[in-house]
Design a protein around this ligand. Structure first.
Ligand code: GLN
Length: 193
């Protein structure tokens, strides 16, 4: 039985995530945008894009309910970039809608406006060789609640860019935009852990 990974398909780069996840053995990735589709998945990815738009659409279509149920059931949920912002409990200087399920404080557009996007080789805890990380108007994690069980997996220039809290994974960068599938494999490995 393949593992079913849903990619929230309301806005953002969900197509790239689906293609990347489908390259991982034993995975069937598909777009999801209804409660029923989300409920049928073993894991969920919230992609990059525009976090205020993704939040508004999740709220409008009441998609927060099945996602919260997944989180409570221990199923893995991974937010990249805008998706990471949607997962966060706290967003610096913003009242925008969010799921607020992960005990992290994020700051949007944290690497400055001049440097819109950049790439680095990023050492990641739990992965042997560095991962090529693409940042696009990326947020970063300013603070994590260690007492809540948040573990930092990667930092760039002292800024947290990858972290995990139990079945939740958050990345400021875009592993779906490179040929390297090790972060996807790490995430899929969280299913049924
Ligand atoms: N800056 C965007 C936001 O705040 C995130 C950018 C991205 O997902 N690539 O929603």
């Amino acid at each position: 039985m393949p593992k079913t990974v849903g990619v929230l398909a309301v806005q953002g780069d969900f197509k790239e995530h689906i293609d990347a996840l489908n390259e991982v053995e034993g995975v069937e990735a598909r777009p999801v945008k209804t409660q029923e589709q989300i409920e049928a998945c073993d894991a969920l990815v919230i992609p990059g894009g525009e976090s205020t738009t993704i939040g508004k659409l999740m709220e409008r279509f009441e998609l927060d309910k099945p996602v919260r149920e997944m989180v409570e059931a221990g199923k893995p949920v991974w937010g990249t970039c805008a998706g990471m912002i949607v997962l966060a409990k706290n967003i610096v200087e913003s009242e925008q809608w969010r799921l607020g399920v992960m005990d992290i404080t994020v700051e949007r557009n944290a690497f400055g406006r001049q440097v819109d996007s950049f790439e680095v080789d990023l050492p990641v805890k739990g992965i042997d060789e560095p991962v090529r990380a693409i940042f696009i108007r990326a947020p970063y994690v300013r603070e994590v609640c260690e007492a809540c069980g948040v573990e930092v997996l990667a930092e760039f220039e002292g800024k947290i860019v990858l972290c995990r809290q139990g079945n939740l994974l958050a990345s400021a960068f875009h592993p779906e935009l490179t040929d390297d599938r090790r972060v996807q494999e790490y995430f899929v490995g969280m299913i049924g852990e």
